[in-house]
Design a protein around this ligand. Structure first.
Ligand code: HEM
Length: 504
């Protein structure tokens, strides 16, 4: 009897709560933005616009495209479609979460620079996405982030990065030696360089940040590769609280990979502890004591260190390999730039096979090429923030809890900002000063700017210089142009080049 009464009391409460959070609150937010001139696709209870969002990716990935750089419709198809209907800034819904998508440069600058008293912070990741990288620096906020960031800043100081030049060269040389074995006696050979460059980037981050090498870190990388596909699948769906604890097939796979990754990193930490004693790499700094807010000595726990290792293994590999891959494809397509870059490398290296760290800054043309590659094919695409309180953004009143999608590819390809040739490869445009701080941000901006930026640019210059020194290359007829978003921007079917050894 009592249970029946309780049921009749609870039922209307649950129904009211459901109506309040699933219908009333979204409707109020929708009206709030509409009054300020912001529209967008209609909200659907519970799921918002998730289905259209997912479908836009599925459709975009079905077709390849001609090898041109007009790629926004393929990498962020939802933004491409909706911005044409609703303008540069519009509102869409991921479940019941309102997301303001914007390519407005002033807004983006304010969000990144956190003008408004620290009101914009990183989006709390879906707990399933955290399995890949979100429990480290990339996903932390507040004081915890500040402590980890200070440690990482020390590990990636410019002076230290310069010393890593030799490690980067050794890794690149190892890759090129393997290419020579594959070439054998042939004048010309085909290679999917994306896979090769992923191995190179893995080797470099293993050595520089963790003092080990790719062979030792291989297990971690292969596990993370599997997790990447499962995570991408999870972040495209509305997260239902508690769902991650259900023993579904995919969840069990995610748990298994997570367990094995943590175990593999724990072993790496143990086996590297001797070599670490004299070094000041990221791993040794993470394991050393640091001063907290009150000046007291503290140490990170092993699980925190493992989280950071996971985050850096992922961040150091994927985006880096993407940058190198797109740069080689662009140089293969634009032979005149390949020739110019090679001439510069030959004159800077002065007959040596390798590039010395002190000469890296002399690669001016290469610098322009790297910038232009990052503009046309920015590897990190899904840049998001959220408001922690009500804020004024320009003239717009934004309620607490609103998320932002910062439409990086659209900004980098915008003809208003970059001119009529925005979709053309023209490295010379980077000789001109930037028109707006937020017109180009492949590494982010503000306090959360990429901590590995200097390493990434140094690595790109060294690796590209050594490849150009040894090979000339063209795009293979088997290459299919299909940039797609899989956490970062990657070539969907690989990046096949025809390489020819330069003999003189
Ligand atoms: C071309 C290569 C790279 C690109 C395009 C890139 C891009 C980015 C971007 C856009 C962010 C900011 C994300 C945001 O604001 O939400 C970021 C953050 C980060 N990147 Fe990179 N990255 C690259 C290479 C690297 C490398 C080599 C490492 C590791 C050594 C690394 C480690 C990180 C970390 C740990 C963060 C989080 C920083 C924080 O939140 O304080 N990245 N990266």
């Amino acid at each position: 009897m009592h249970l029946v009464c309780l049921f009749y009391v609870l039922l209307p409460v649950c129904v009211l709560r459901f109506i309040h959070s699933m219908i009333w609150v979204p409707w109020r937010i929708h009206v709030h933005f509409r009054k300020q001139g912001i529209s967008g696709p209609n909200y659907r209870p519970i799921f918002g616009n998730t289905e259209e969002y997912r479908n836009s990716f599925t459709e975009a990935r079905k077709k390849t495209m001609p090898f041109n750089h007009n790629i926004v419709h393929r990498v962020t198809p939802f933004y491409h479609e909706w911005s044409r209907k609703y303008g540069k800034t519009f509102l869409y819904w991921f479940g019941v979460i309102p997301i303001l998508a914007t390519a407005d440069l002033d807004m983006i600058k304010d969000i990144f620079m956190n003008t408004g008293g620290g009101s914009f912070e990183k989006v709390r990741l879906n707990p399933q996405a955290k399995l890949l990288f979100g429990q480290g620096l990339n996903g932390l906020v507040g004081e915890e982030w500040a402590i980890h960031r200070r440690i990482a800043n020390q590990a990636f100081m410019m002076e230290r990065i310069k010393c890593w030049g030799l490690d980067i060269m050794a890794s690149t040389m190892k890759m090129l030696t393997k290419w020579e074995e594959i070439r054998g006696e042939r004048d010309e050979f085909e290679m999917d360089v994306h896979r090769e460059l992923q191995d190179l980037a893995s080797d470099v981050i293993s050595k520089t940040a963790f003092g080990s090498n790719y062979e030792e870190g291989k297990r971690v990388f292969s596990l993370q590769d599997k997790q990447k596909h499962l995570v991408f699948d999870a972040i495209g769906n509305v997260y239902i609280p508690g769902f991650r604890f259900l023993p579904t097939k995919k969840n069990r796979e995610r748990w298994r990979i997570e367990r094995e990754t943590r175990e593999a990193i724990r072993n790496l930490i143990k086996t590297n502890s001797k070599a670490r004693e004299n070094s000041r790499n990221l791993l040794s700094l993470l394991m050393s004591s640091y001063k907290n807010q009150d000046g007291k000595e503290e140490k990170l726990g092993v699980e925190e260190i493992i989280n950071e290792c996971k985050a850096f293994y992922f961040a150091g590999k994927e985006s880096m390999a993407d940058l190198l891959t797109w740069a080689l494809l662009l140089l293969a397509q634009h032979q005149e730039w390949q020739d110019k870059a090679r001439e510069e490398v030959l004159s800077v290296c002065r007959g040596n096979e390798v590039l010395l760290s002190e000469n890296v800054n002399d690669l001016k043309i290469m610098n322009l090429i790297i910038h232009e590659t990052l503009r046309l094919y920015p590897p990190a695409v899904m840049l998001m923030r959220q408001t922690t309180k009500n804020v004024k953004l320009g003239t717009l009143d934004v309620p607490a809890g609103t998320q932002f999608f910062l439409a990086l590819p659209s900004i980098h390809h915008d003809t208003d900002t970059w001119g009529k040739d925005a979709n053309e490869f023209n490295p010379l445009r980077f000789n001109e000063p930037r028109s707006h701080l937020a017109s180009f941000f492949p590494f982010g901006l503000g306090p959360r700017i990429c901590v590995g930026k200097n390493l990434a640019v140094m690595e790109a210059k060294v690796a590209l210089a050594m490849i150009l020194r040894r090979y000339s290359f063209v795009v293979s007829p088997t290459y299919l142009h299909a940039p797609r978003l899989l956490i970062s921007m990657q070539p969907q079917y690989g990046a096949q080049l025809l390489l020819r050894r330069i003999t003189s």
